[in-house]
Design a protein around this ligand. Structure first.
Ligand code: HEM
Length: 379
């Protein structure tokens, strides 16, 4: 009897849904079932500044955006933007179904006394110190702010894809388990990193390689602490695919006097190469994915955005979050002359072919004397 009633209710909801489904003429992504089960155009709200958003709660993020672009990031894809992006990874990855941790929950800020002591979080005191006053000023949760700042940081890096931003992460309850293990280290081998990333967020090998496109807008401060701000590729202010090309070149030199732990020789003067990136480019589990992104900006953008969006909600049920992606600005395109290239002084013969099933794509070298990459100006 009960079952009969239940199925009658389902039938009537289905009837209402299909009736309204025919009524919602907008594309399916702009329609939603409301509380009565009707399939209607999603509601939009207009914020005080005139912007329109899907959910009124998202309006609160526009003042944050307008504050952090000039006052936290100086409107550039520089040191602060790079630090915010790295922080989002180190907060989110602190989760394991077996060991605990809250994922992208802001624990790296709230429990910074604990988490910043973890060796893998070395150097993150800078972005934590930068972000805390903005979190206090805007009264948002640290978990939300860290992911918001990372999404906004990408919007400052020409060539970056637009990533999602979900709000409503609660305050963290405890620090991520430590001191070692949950955050990948540059001296970990590929199997260890892939296993950790699969455990934390179900990331595939290709997802992990795609996430490393982030190292296209990045450098190291602490791997060799004598040379802070040493970039990982020749264009650290552009989200491009140079990281996938330059790490495949034969390494010949260290940028500092002595290599740091987890550092191997790089091909270009002034560049620092992480051992983990070097191995990802060469290990049979990842080398073809790595190669597939070299010179393939659209493929890199889309795979990075997919994996990043997954990373930003580790530890959360998406049904409890509000999608505020419409607050995140798009990044400018790459400059017209920023096409993929070999750095000046390199040739195709310097590429260490690793993928067994396809040749590495061919690139021309920039003209002029061998490239020397300047350090990223430190704040
Ligand atoms: C999965 C393996 C990864 C390893 C082993 C790794 C390791 C590192 C290391 C050692 C540094 C240099 C830190 C320093 O000395 O200052 C670094 C920098 C950076 N990483 Fe990663 N990383 C990984 C993945 C990621 C991911 C998934 C992201 C973001 C989505 C990311 C974003 C960054 C950024 C933006 C920087 C530059 C920070 C700055 O310039 O201040 N990394 N990474």
């Amino acid at each position: 009897m009960f079952l009969k009633h239940l199925s009658a209710i389902f039938v009537s909801i289905a009837t209402i849904r299909s009736a309204y489904g025919r009524a919602c003429s907008a594309p399916p992504s702009l329609c939603a079932y409301d509380l009565t089960g009707a399939f209607t155009p999603k509601k939009r709200a207009t914020c005080a500044g005139g912007q329109t958003v899907q959910n009124e709660a998202c309006c609160a993020w526009f003042p944050v955006l307008e504050d952090i672009l000039p006052n936290m990031f100086d409107n550039e894809c520089g040191d602060e933007a790079h630090g915010a992006l790295r922080l989002s990874f180190h907060d989110a990855i602190g989760f394991s179904p077996s060991q605990g941790g809250g994922g992208a929950d802001g624990s790296i800020i709230v429990f910074n006394d604990t988490e910043l002591q973890f060796p893998a979080n070395s150097g993150l005191d800078d972005p934590v110190n930068t972000e805390v006053p903005f979190i206090q000023a805007h009264n948002v949760t640290p978990g939300d702010f860290i992911q918001f700042a990372a999404a906004v940081s990408l919007s400052l890096c020409p060539g970056a894809p637009k990533v999602d931003f979900m709000m409503r992460r609660p305050m963290p309850l405890a620090p991520a388990p430590g001191p070692d293990g949950l955050v990948p280290e540059p001296f970990d081998n590929v199997n260890v990193i892939l296993a950790r990333m699969a455990d934390a967020g179900g990331f595939t090998a290709t997802d992990v390689v795609a996430l490393l496109a982030s190292h296209s807008v990045a450098g190291a401060d602490t791997v060799d602490p004598t040379i802070p701000g040493t970039p990982f590729d020749s264009t650290p202010a552009l989200f491009d695919t140079q990281i996938f090309i330059e790490v495949q070149l034969r390494g010949t030199q260290f940028p500092g006097r002595q290599p740091g732990q987890g550092e191997v020789m790089s091909a270009v003067t002034g560049e620092l190469r992480l051992q983990s990136d070097h191995l990802m480019a060469r290990d049979s589990a990842t080398n073809c994915a790595w190669q597939s992104f070299a010179g393939n900006l659209p493929g890199t953008q889309s795979a990075f955005a997919t994996a990043f969006n997954k990373m930003a909600i580790i530890g959360h049920n998406p049904a409890n979050l509000i999608d505020c992606s419409d607050v995140i600005p798009g990044a400018p395109p790459l400059p017209a002359n920023a096409g993929p290239h070999l750095p000046a002084g390199q040739t195709q013969n310097d590429i260490e072919q690793a993928c067994a099933t396809a040749p590495f794509p061919t690139f021309t070298a920039q003209p002029g004397p061998a490239t020397t990459v300047p350090a990223i100006p430190q704040v």
